[in-house]
Design a protein around this ligand. Structure first.
Ligand SMILES: Cc1ncc(COP(=O)(O)O)c(C=O)c1O
Length: 490
């Protein structure tokens, strides 16, 4: 089964891992990228893409990977190309490929049995479950006492949205007041008062998922939304800053004020219309929408507005959570007065889910529920990742490696001002804008030909989403190849 696929490289990694403490660089990791085909995808990938396309829509596939040969910060494709991966499965591999600590997880028979005997966690959890939730997930909680596990980022948000609505209605109804008969009958035909006309405020450029509910708060690309009915919910502008930040303090502060004023206006407008805003949903850095940042002051004021109007504040850390900004949670950079009401996560956290305060905990069973409610196997992997994070001080590494990468990007933006601008971000969660979308796509494409797998966000940004094990030497390799690419296109 799963263990049978682990061959050569991975087995060596396991051996190394069991004989000493896990290292942030996996033993045997390639020294540099290597491109062996004239085109990417290469011939084997192309054949597999055609085969896949005969059974499913596959035009988003970049290449087929060889996950037995991929190791550490390097992904290998089926044609033998080796890429330094600074995109890491859309920001979701926390410590790279075939990390020995991860490969060891299911060598333990108890954990293997938890994986094989997959429970319906809401009804039949294993004895180990409460302690695991406390020891693993709550050990890195952003100050919130409760947590729910989920399958993915979208369903974490989807269920967290439901909590926001239920809590809002609990406040309206009164803490221990039961549902009325009219509420019970009207919700069955999707009508108020049982299915109330509540709304959530989100931001232009935000991305919170592709499921039916979350899609109404996603505003990054039309292709995600076209043809799908959506809720008419308020959407406010998210700050668009001028860079460098130190030189544009006044304009950027005015931008914050303008966006916050709009948030308040929209809440008042919707409340007046009888469509109250039950929650505000926001990313700490808009990730898919173009790596748009907002200041700590923006978030502090946003939280005050949420409290003023009795709306819950949900911070979506699906892409930013788990350490890439140099703190476990990006919003910890903001020095908020209190933790947000809800923090959602997935990607680098390996399991999906959300932290929440006691107020957001539904009083009745089955209100936030599904068959699996996550997967204990993912929690065991998260436990292994967090052990490595702590043992290896990976957050410190992210900060020092990120500083080197950011400084290198600043150098290039000075050298090529007509090509690059607006270097930004925290830790290794960085981005730089190309002057046009076409140039951005060309830079990402040419980097790939030189063995660097990166990604884009929004219209113009190249985004950096490496694993937390990225080191100084990887940054040097990246900067060297990026320099070559810039020279070629200038
Ligand atoms: C901020 C944010 N929220 C939610 C999601 C949705 O997560 P998933 O793709 O796991 O459903 C993403 C995915 O990119 C995301 O970046």
């Amino acid at each position: 089964m799963w263990t049978r696929c682990v061959t050569t490289v991975a087995q060596n990694a396991i051996k190394t891992g069991s004989s000493r403490a896990a290292s942030s660089i996996v033993s045997g990791e390639p020294k540099e990228p290597k491109i062996v085909t004239s085109e990417i995808p290469g011939p084997k990938s192309k054949k597999l893409i055609a085969e896949l396309d005969s059974v499913t829509q596959s035009s988003s596939v970049q290449f087929f990977a060889d996950y037995e040969k991929s190791l550490g910060n390097y992904i290998t494709d089926v044609d033998g190309n080796v890429f330094l991966d600074i995109f890491m499965q859309i920001s979701s591999m926390p410590i790279g490929y075939n990390h020995p600590a991860m490969l060891n997880v299911f060598k333990d028979e108890k954990r293997l049995k938890a994986l094989v005997n997959r429970p319906a966690l809401g009804s039949f959890p294993g004895e180990y479950w409460p302690k695991k939730l406390k020891d693993v997930l709550l050990s890195v909680s952003p100050g919130l006492p409760n947590v729910m596990t989920m399958m993915c980022g979208s369903c974490s948000n989807e269920n967290a949205f439901k909590c926001l609505f239920m809590t809002y209605m609990k406040h309206q109804r009164g803490e221990n007041v039961d549902f009325s008969e009219l509420e019970k009958s009207s919700c069955m035909v999707n009508q108020p008062p049982g299915a109330p006309d509540l709304t959530l405020l989100s931001f232009h450029g935000g991305f919170h998922g592709r499921t039916m509910g979350t899609l109404s708060t996603t505003h990054s690309k039309a292709i995600h939304k076209l043809d799908v009915p959506a809720f008419d919910w308020p959407t406010a502008s998210f700050p668009k800053y001028k860079y460098p930040l130190e030189e544009h303090f006044k304009e950027n502060k005015a931008e914050d004020d303008k966006c916050l004023a709009q948030v308040e206006e929209l809440i008042e407008e919707y409340n007046k219309k009888g469509r109250p805003v039950a929650g505000i949903v926001v990313e700490p850095i808009q990730s898919e929408g173009g790596d748009n940042e907002a200041s700590p002051e923006f978030f502090q004021k946003l939280q005050r507005i949420a409290k003023k109007y009795g709306a819950g504040l949900l911070i979506d850390e699906v892409q930013t959570g788990g350490g890439p900004t140099g703190k476990m949670w990006c919003h910890e950079h903001f020095d908020l007065e209190t933790p947000p009401d809800i923090v959602t996560f997935s990607k680098k956290m390996i399991t999906g889910g959300f932290y929440h305060n006691i107020d957001q905990k539904p009083a009745q069973p089955y209100r936030i529920y599904n068959t699996w409610l996550g997967d204990p196997g993912k929690l065991f992997l998260l436990e292994a990742f967090l052990d490595v994070l702590k043992q290896q001080n990976l957050l410190d590494q992210v900060n020092s490696v990120g500083a080197k990468l950011k400084s290198g990007l600043h150098d290039y933006e000075k050298e090529y001002p007509s090509l690059l601008n607006s270097v930004r971000g925290r830790g290794t969660f960085l981005a730089v804008n190309a002057s046009t979308t076409a140039l951005r796509d060309k830079l990402v494409g040419n980097l790939k030909k030189k063995g660097i797998l990166s990604g884009g966000s929004g219209d113009n940004a190249i985004r950096f989403r490496p694993s937390l094990t990225l080191q100084q030497n990887h940054v040097e390799i990246f900067l060297d190849r990026f320099g070559q690419v810039l020279k070629e296109v200038k």
